[in-house]
Design a protein around this ligand. Structure first.
Ligand code: IMP
Ligand code: MG
Length: 178
């Protein structure tokens, strides 16, 4: 275990097993639909995307977006697109891939942006969900693990850009925040 980690919330084995479960569910749900374009939000969702797609037995495509919220504003709908999608998504089924849904503002705004661009449908798959922190009305369609209101790192999630490479999700020791 990393010396800065206080406890593990979700082990690597649990993540892999969950990705297998989600992959099967997704393949089944899209069986009679146009196959989805997986849109992963940079950078946190990359490890989850990489693990998840190994277990999706259908012909999917992937693309990436990078967004950030404008500093000093709390208003929903105010996100800056740092990297946009490579192709048009008119009429396309989108599966948004996120590391964590926290307040829900990011995913809600991105979903609306993609619908505005003409996506046929937008579903959300997230590795982690912190429902107790929600400030907007949004729910992921596929959830890996629900966690308590604790700041999580690892498997894509960072603190000051570090710890994304940990193979598990954990909580940092209190001294790390001093
Ligand atoms: P939201 O818009 O509040 O739902 O925030 C979503 C984004 O905030 C996530 O994609 C993460 O990048 C970041 N975030 C929220 N909670 C955590 C956490 O516990 N650890 C690391 N990043 C987090
Ligand atoms: Mg993120």
């Amino acid at each position: 275990m990393h010396p800065q980690i206080k406890k593990i919330l979700v082990s690597h084995e649990e993540i892999v097993n969950k990705c297998e479960e989600l992959g099967k569910e997704l393949a089944k749900d899209y069986e009679n639909e146009d196959k989805p374009l997986l849109v992963a939000l940079l950078k946190g969702s990359i490890p989850f995307l990489s693990e998840l797609i190994k277990h999706i037995d259908m012909d999917i495509k992937i693309d990436f977006m990078d967004v950030s919220s404008y500093e000093g504003t709390e208003s929903v709908g105010d996100i800056k697109i740092i990297k946009d999608l490579d192709t048009s998504i008119k009429g396309v089924n989108i599966l948004l891939v996120e590391d964590i849904v926290d307040t829900g503002q990011t995913i809600k705004t991105v979903k609306q942006t993609l619908l505005n661009k003409g996506a046929k449908s937008v579903k959300i798959v997230t590795l982690l969900d912190k429902p107790s922190r929600r400030v907007v009305d949004i729910k992921a369609d596929y959830i890996g693990f629900e966690i308590e209101n604790e700041f999580a790192v690892g498997f894509g999630l960072d603190y000051n850009q570090l710890y994304r490479n940990l193979p598990y999700v954990g909580v940092l020791k209190d001294e790390c925040y001093k």
